[in-house]
Design a protein around this ligand. Structure first.
Ligand SMILES: [Zn+2]
Length: 452
C-alpha cells in the first residue's frame, strides 16, 4: 500500500461522478493498491480486502460489480498477462494525479503492446497526439497517397520514450503514442534529438490545411490552403529521412492533452510543447465549436461525412473550372475529416470551400526538389524585385506556414465575405513570405562571405 495523491478536479470529473459512491471508494483504493506504474492485481478478493475489509455486508460479487463499472468507464484498463495469465488493471490516468519522485519499477507484467486494444487505450490516454511531433494522429488508419506521401506515415503506433536499445521498458510510464513515421525516424535516439520527418509534416499540412478549419461547421474559419500548392510530390521522403528545415505548422486544435508527455519526457521537450501551446493561444488557433468536440469524443469511430454524401453537379462544375478532379478531391475531403476527427455539419458548403481553396495538382515530376544550388544568387545589393522564388523554394526556406485566419467580422459575413477577403489578403501574404525568403537567402550569402 502506498501514499497517493489526487487532485481536486477528481471530484468534478464526469466519469467519476457517474460511478456508484462505493465504486468511487473502490477506485481510490485501487490507487493505494497499485504499483508506481498504476498497475494493480485485478482480483475482487484482493480489492475487497483493501477497500472493504470491515464491510461484511459487501460481498466479493458486489466488489466484482463495482470493478466492472471502473472498467466500463475506461478508468481502468483490464488485461490478462504473465505466466499465470492473471488479470491486471491499469489505472489509465494514474500519472496525471501522481507525482512520483523515485518510482519503483513495476513487478506486474505491463499491458502487451502488440494488442490493438492496448494501443488504442494508450491513444485515448495520450489524446491522440504524437508524443514526438505533437500533431494529431488519425483516429482510423489512413491509406493512400497524398502529394506523394503515403498516409500510412501518419498511422498510430506505440513508441517507447526510452528506447528499447537503451533498456526502456514496456511499462505505461515509458510508452506514448506516435505517428508511424515519427517513431521510425527517431530510430532509437533520445526524444530530444527527434526531428519531424518531412513526410509527416507534408501529410499533416495537407490533411490539416486541405480545408479551412471551422468553415466546415459554421463558415467562420480561416481560408487556408496555399500551403498545399507548394508541397511538392517529390517531398515524399523515405521514412528514414529526417529533415530539419520543415517546420511544423501550428496545430490548431484545442485541448491538447500533453500530460502524459510531460510526465515522462524530459523538461526541455515539455517546455517546447508549452511554448507551442502559448503560440496557439495567440490567435493562430481557430477553436473547434463545442458541439463538434463533444460529438467527436462521443463517436470517435464514426465517419464524419455521411457515407452517402457525394459531390453535387455544382461541385463538379466548380472543380472543372478550377482544374481539379472532383472525385479525387472528395476522397481527400473525407480523409481530412477522418484524420482530424472532424464533424462536418454541412458537407456541401465545406466541400465548396475546399474546392475553392485547393490548388490544382501539378503533374508528377521525376525531378527532385530544386537543390539549394538552383536558388538564385542573392548578394547584399540585389534588389528584392530581381529575385524570383517559386512557392516550393519559399517553403524550403521558411518551412510550411499557416495562412492567417480571417478576422471575426469577415468570418461573420459568411462564405462570400471570406472569399473576397482572401482574394485580397492572399497577395499580401505571399508577398510577405517572398520577402522573408529573400531575406533568408541574403543572410545565407552574408554567412558564406564571412566563412570564406
Ligand atoms: Zn508525429
Amino acid at each position: 500500500m502506498r501514499i497517493r495523491t489526487f487532485k481536486p478536479e477528481f471530484w468534478h470529473d464526469e466519469k467519476i461522478g457517474a460511478l456508484h459512491p462505493f465504486a468511487r471508494l473502490l477506485f481510490l483504493a485501487t490507487w493505494s493498491a497499485a504499483d508506481d506504474e498504476g498497475l494493480v492485481r485485478w482480483s475482487p478478493e484482493h480489492l475487497k480486502s483493501i477497500a472493504f475489509a470491515y464491510d461484511d455486508d459487501i460481498s466479493v460479487e458486489d466488489v466484482s460489480g463495482l470493478m466492472d463499472q471502473l472498467q466500463q468507464l475506461g478508468l481502468v484498463f483490464v488485461y490478462r498477462a504473465g505466466v499465470a495469465r492473471q488479470l491486471i488493471g491499469y489505472i489509465v490516468r494514474f500519472r496525471r494525479h501522481q507525482r512520483i519522485n523515485r518510482p519503483t519499477p513495476g513487478r506486474l507484467t505491463p499491458p502487451p503492446l502488440g494488442d490493438p486494444a492496448v494501443v488504442r487505450m494508450y491513444a485515448e490516454r495520450d489524446g491522440w497526439l504524437c508524443h514526438l511531433c505533437g500533431e494529431e494522429i488519425p483516429r482510423e488508419p489512413l491509406e493512400g497517397v497524398v502529394d506523394g506521401v503515403p498516409l500510412e506515415h501518419l498511422n498510430l503506433v506505440v513508441d517507447r520514450i526510452v528506447p528499447r536499445s537503451s533498456k526502456g521498458s514496456d511499462y505505461p510510464t515509458n510508452v506514448a503514442v506516435a505517428h508511424a513515421a515519427c517513431s521510425l525516424a527517431r530510430r532509437g535516439r533520445a526524444v530530444e534529438e527527434f526531428r519531424q520527418p518531412a513526410s509527416v509534416a507534408t501529410a499533416v499540412a495537407r490533411l490539416a490545411y486541405g480545408v479551412s478549419e471551422s468553415v466546415s461547421d459554421s463558415l467562420s474559419g480561416s481560408v487556408s490552403d496555399s500551403v498545399s500548392e507548394s508541397v511538392s510530390d517529390s517531398r515524399s521522403d523515405s521514412l528514414s529521412e529526417v529533415q530539419q528545415s520543415v517546420t511544423t505548422p501550428p496545430n490548431r486544435f484545442t485541448e491538447r492533452d500533453n500530460s502524459s508527455v510531460s510526465d515522462s519526457v524530459s523538461d526541455s521537450r515539455s517546455d517546447s510543447l508549452r511554448e507551442r501551446k502559448g503560440r496557439e493561444g495567440k490567435g493562430v488557433c481557430v477553436s473547434v465549436p463545442k458541439e463538434a468536440s463533444v460529438a467527436r469524443g462521443a463517436s470517435s469511430d464514426n465517419t464524419y461525412i455521411p457515407s452517402d454524401w457525394l459531390p453535387t453537379d455544382r461541385h463538379r462544375q466548380l472543380a472543372t473550372q478550377r482544374g481539379l478532379d472532383a472525385d479525387r478531391e472528395a476522397r481527400r475531403f473525407r480523409a481530412y475529416a477522418k484524420a482530424k476527427g472532424r464533424v462536418i455539419a454541412d458537407p456541401d458548403a465545406a466541400f465548396e470551400l475546399w474546392l475553392l481553396d485547393t490548388q490544382p495538382r501539378r503533374p508528377l515530376r521525376a525531378v527532385p526538389d530544386p537543390a539549394p544550388s538552383s536558388l538564385p544568387e542573392v548578394g547584399p545589393d540585389t534588389p528584392d524585385e530581381q529575385v524570383q522564388l517559386t512557392r516550393e523554394q519559399i517553403d524550403d526556406l521558411l518551412g510550411l506556414e499557416e495562412p492567417p485566419p480571417p478576422p471575426a467580422e469577415v468570418a461573420a459575413g459568411g462564405l462570400d465575405a471570406i472569399r473576397e477577403w482572401w482574394a485580397e489578403e492572399s497577395g499580401r501574404w505571399h508577398a510577405d513570405r517572398h520577402a522573408r525568403a529573400v531575406a533568408v537567402l541574403r543572410k545565407r550569402a552574408a554567412a558564406r562571405v564571412v566563412a570564406t
